[in-house]
Ligand binder design. Structure first.
Ligand SMILES: Nc1ncnc2c1ncn2[C@@H]1O[C@H](COP(=O)(O)OP(=O)(O)OP(=O)(O)O)[C@@H](O)[C@H]1O
Length: 376
């Protein structure tokens, strides 16, 4: 029943958890006509391990729900803490804040990627939605920040305004002063969200007068700033392209993204990080990255591949029906399967769909909507 995303604002009951609104593109052709070469690749073949909760710190809800039952007969080795991985790289106040927020144990992608990132290598973070890629690259960003410098040192490029807002929120969460820690004023990091639909005039003045340390940007707004030469890439120590698969598959974004990557490739002290839940032709992508000089030659592919990508209690089936019969088909499926709960993805006609669902006895229907259009 999935079609395109809704264009009309509809009341939402609960805001989505951060990962839910990120975009995953089904296809992934980055550049045509290249062979599938071999690359230095780090593969973490283990399934995603849930971050185990340390007694005094509850992990955020999104991951807390994955906590497995303890197996006393076969104790596993002590899980690696983020503090242990990040000590000596990430400033103490960020580590304190990270723990205060509830990030204690490293997820698989964090454990595999952070050492490579701290060594300065370019990385492709390829791991499923919700595996902790955002925190991974943010910790690397905090490790390169120099609070004495007044320049943009980290740039995170995202495909949508919505995702930009979420990422900027996490940056600010980690950059905040931890409780009970005295911090010098000049230790704080300034963060700018340079997103489509924002007040670019005000941001232009801000960028000129007092450049923020970290910028989270959508490609469109960023390119405007680059064209006007308000913002230069030569001070950027780390460039992150989040949801890279989606951006390369967006006809609106791909040429700007390529321009940005080519521009950044000529900067001296650079590190480039790509993050995505899906990179179907990842060998080709890595090849293109090296060939186009978007990354250095020793780029690392961190591929955290869950053994069980889908819970075993789920079954996939599909059926096709004529557009005009989709409501009847949905009603038929609801009546026949009578599911206890379910998620229906819709692009339009939300009210009709809700009406159909309500016609099944005993069903409560909630909607979780965005007011953004597909293009946004
Ligand atoms: N080490 C950790 N311990 C506890 N919670 C974590 C940890 N790392 C990330 N999280 C939480 O897990 C959730 C998903 O993380 P995050 O958004 O970074 O995943 P992601 O891989 O970037 O997902 P996406 O593919 O959607 O970009 C968030 O709520 C985040 O706060």
């Amino acid at each position: 029943m999935a079609s395109s995303a809704p264009t009309t604002p509809v009341s939402s009951l609960r805001p989505p958890v951060s990962s839910a609104t990120k975009l995953v593109s089904p296809s992934s052709l980055f550049l045509p006509c290249n062979p599938e070469p071999k690359f230095p690749t780090v593969v973490a073949a283990r399934p995603i391990q849930p971050p185990l909760s340390a007694s005094s710190h509850e992990p955020p809800r999104a991951l807390a729900s994955f906590s497995p039952a303890a197996d006393e007969a076969d104790p596993e080795p002590a899980p690696l803490t983020l503090r242990r991985i990040c000590s000596g790289h990430v400033p103490e106040h960020v580590l304190r804040r990270m723990e205060e927020v509830g990030y204690i144990l490293a997820t698989d992608v964090q454990r595999e990627a952070l050492p490579a990132l701290f060594s300065g290598r370019d990385c492709v973070l390829h791991a499923q939605t919700g595996s902790g890629k955002t925190l991974t690259y943010l910790l690397r960003i905090f490790s390169v920040m120099n609070t004495q410098r007044s320049s943009v040192q980290a740039l995170i490029v995202v495909p949508t305004r919505e995702l930009g807002i979420q990422v900027a929120k996490v940056v600010r969460l980690l950059a905040a002063k931890p409780m009970g820690l005295e911090m010098e004023q000049n230790k704080s990091y300034t963060v700018m969200a340079l997103l489509d639909g924002g007040t670019l005039k005000r941001q232009r003045s801000w960028l000129k007068a007092d450049p923020p340390a970290i910028v989270v940007a959508t490609i469109g707004s960023l390119c405007q700033m680059l064209e006007k030469q308000v913002f230069k890439l030569d001070t950027v120590r780390i460039l992150v392209i989040d949801e890279v698969d989606f951006m390369f598959n967006s006809s609106k974004q791909v040429s700007s993204l390529r321009k940005l990557l080519t521009l950044y490739s000529s900067c001296n002290s650079r590190q480039t990080v790509f993050a995505s839940a899906s990179i179907p032709q990842h060998n080709r992508f890595l090849h293109d990255c090296i060939q186009q000089k978007w990354t250095k030659g020793d780029v690392v592919h961190i591929h955290v591949n869950p053994i069980e990508p889908m819970p075993s209690c789920l079954n996939h089936r599909y059926l096709t029906c004529h557009r005009n019969r989709r409501h009847q088909t949905l009603l038929h499926l609801l009546q026949r399967d009578n599911p206890e709960s379910g998620i229906i993805f819709v692009g339009e006609q939300v009210h009709q769909i809700k009406h159909i669902c309500c016609s099944s006895p005993g069903k409560e229907v909630y909607d979780l909507m965005t007011s953004l259009s597909v293009a946004e």
